[in-house]
Design a binder for this molecule. Structure first.
Ligand code: XIL
Length: 368
C-alpha cells in the first residue's frame, strides 16, 4: 500500500515533534504560551551550568515559547540600586533575548516589597509621604520609560496583599496607605500608553478566597481613582497535591473579567513534595491541564507563562525546602508528563474558543 505524504508524516513522526506549546496555545485561541528566564549572572548558583546549550535550544524555539518574562532583571534592586541611578544591564539581557527569539515580553515588576533596593526599605530611610511618592513616580518613569514600546504588559504592583486579603504592610503601604497603588498605575500609564498594566499576585487563583476578593478590591480602587488597569495576573505557584480545579480557575477568572479586559497565568509552576513518583506527577499533570483548559475556556485569559521551564533553574527548592520538580523539563532534560498532558488538552480544546464566540454571536443574532 502506498501512503499519501501527510499520512506518511503522521505515521513516522511522534506527535511531540510537531506539537509545541506556543503553537498549540495559539491554535486554541490564546495569545501566547511563554517561559520566564533569568540571566547567566543570576543563574550562577544553578547546579548545571554546563547545560546552557540544551536549555537555549528549547527556550529559543519560537513555537515552544512565544513569550518571556525576566525572572529578576527588571526588579527595583537591579534597575535603580541607588537613588536616581538606573541600570538596565540585567533587564536588557532578557528584553534583547525576547526580541531575537521572536517572543512577546511581559515586564516584571515595578512596585514590590521584595527585592527592593536597600535605600527604599532600609529603616533609616525615614520616608515622608511626598518623598516616597516622588521616588515611586521617578522609578516608574525611569524604568517604564526606558522599556517603552517593548513590553506587552507590565506587572505594575506585585503582591500588595497579605495571606488574609488585607494589605501587606510594606514600606509603601506603611507610608502611603493604599494610595500608592493607583499612583503607580497612573505613572505607568503615562510612561507607556500601550503596555497592558497588571496587578499581579500569588494565591489569587481560587474564587472564594479573601485574597482573590482583595485583588478585585485593588482593581476597583485603581479604577475609582481614574487610573488605567488592564489585567490581573495570577502567579499560580501551585502545589501538586492541593491544586485548584478547572471549575475554580474558570470562576476566578470570570470574576476578574467582569472588571478588567484580561487575565493571565503569569508565573506558573506546580511543586512536588520530593521525591518524585507516579502519583505526584499525575497530580502535577492534572494541575497544569486545569490551567490550560480554564484559560482556553475563559475568553479574557490571554496566556500562560511558566516560571522558567527547566527544574534546575527553578526558584522552588531554595525557597520551599523538600519541594521541587515544579516545571516541565527535569534536570536531565527529559520532559515531565505534564508537558504531554498540556499538549493533549490544547489539542482537545483547539476549536472551543472560536466555537464559543461563534455560538454567542449566533445566539445574539437569533435574539435580535
Ligand atoms: C523569584 C525568582 O524566581 C528568584 O530567582 C528570586 O530569588 C526571588 O524571586 N513572585 C514573584 C517573582 O513575583 O518575582 C518571584 O521570583 C517569585 C514569587
Amino acid at each position: 500500500m502506498r501512503l499519501s505524504a501527510p499520512l506518511l508524516t503522521a505515521v513516522l513522526l511522534p506527535a511531540t515533534t510537531t506539537a509545541q506549546l506556543h503553537q498549540l496555545a495559539k491554535e486554541a485561541g490564546l495569545l501566547y504560551f511563554g517561559a520566564a528566564t533569568d540571566t547567566p549572572y543570576q543563574r550562577e548558583r544553578a547546579p548545571f551550568p554546563q547545560s546552557y546549550s540544551q536549555y537555549d535550544a528549547i527556550f529559543n524555539s519560537p513555537t515552544e515559547f512565544g513569550q518571556t518574562t525576566p525572572t529578576n532583571g527588571q526588579k527595583w534592586l537591579f534597575t535603580e540600586p541607588s537613588p536616581r541611578l538606573f541600570n538596565f544591564t540585567e533587564g536588557d539581557y532578557v528584553a534583547d533575548l525576547a526580541q531575537r527569539t521572536n517572543k512577546l515580553l511581559r515586564c516584571h515588576a515595578l512596585v514590590w516589597h521584595s527585592q527592593l533596593a536597600p535605600w527604599v526599605d532600609s529603616p533609616d530611610a525615614n520616608w515622608t509621604a511626598p518623598a516616597l511618592r516622588d521616588a515611586i513616580t521617578r522609578h516608574i518613569r525611569g524604568v517604564v520609560g526606558y522599556y517603552r514600546g517593548k513590553c506587552y504588559a507590565w506587572d505594575v504592583v506585585n503582591e500588595a496583599l497579605d495571606e488574609d486579603g488585607s494589605y501587606r504592610k510594606s514600606v509603601f503601604y506603611n507610608v502611603l496607605g493604599e494610595s500608592y497603588i493607583p499612583l503607580a498605575f497612573a505613572a505607568a500609564a503615562e510612561a507607556d500608553p500601550h503596555a497592558k498594566l497588571y496587578y499581579n499576585d500569588y494565591g489569587i487563583e481560587r474564587p472564594t478566597s479573601n485574597k482573590t476578593a482583595g485583588a478585585r478590591r485593588i482593581v476597583e480602587l485603581v479604577q475609582k481613582a481614574g487610573a488605567r488597569i488592564d489585567g490581573v495576573g495570577m502567579q499560580a505557584h501551585m502545589h501538586a497535591d492541593v491544586h485548584p480545579s478547572e471549575a475554580e480557575l474558570v470562576a476566578t477568572m470570570e470574576g476578574y473579567a467582569k472588571l478588567v479586559k484580561e487575565v493571565a497565568f503569569t508565573e506558573l509552576d506546580v511543586r512536588i513534595e520530593m521525591p518524585v513518583n507516579a502519583t505526584n506527577l499525575a497530580w502535577q499533570t492534572d494541575a497544569y491541564q486545569n490551567v490550560v483548559s480554564s484559560c482556553v475556556k475563559v475568553k479574557a485569559c490571554v496566556g500562560i507563562t511558566v516560571w522558567d521551564f527547566y527544574d534546575a533553574f527553578s526558584w522552588v527548592p531554595a525557597v520551599f525546602p523538600g519541594q521541587g520538580a515544579s516545571l516541565l523539563w527535569f534536570d536531565d532534560f527529559t520532559k515531565h508528563p505534564a508537558y504531554d498532558g498540556m499538549v493533549q488538552t490544547f489539542k482537545k480544546l483547539a476549536g472551543v474558543r472560536k466555537g464559543g464566540r461563534d455560538c454567542k454571536q449566533k445566539r445574539r443574532v437569533k435574539g435580535n
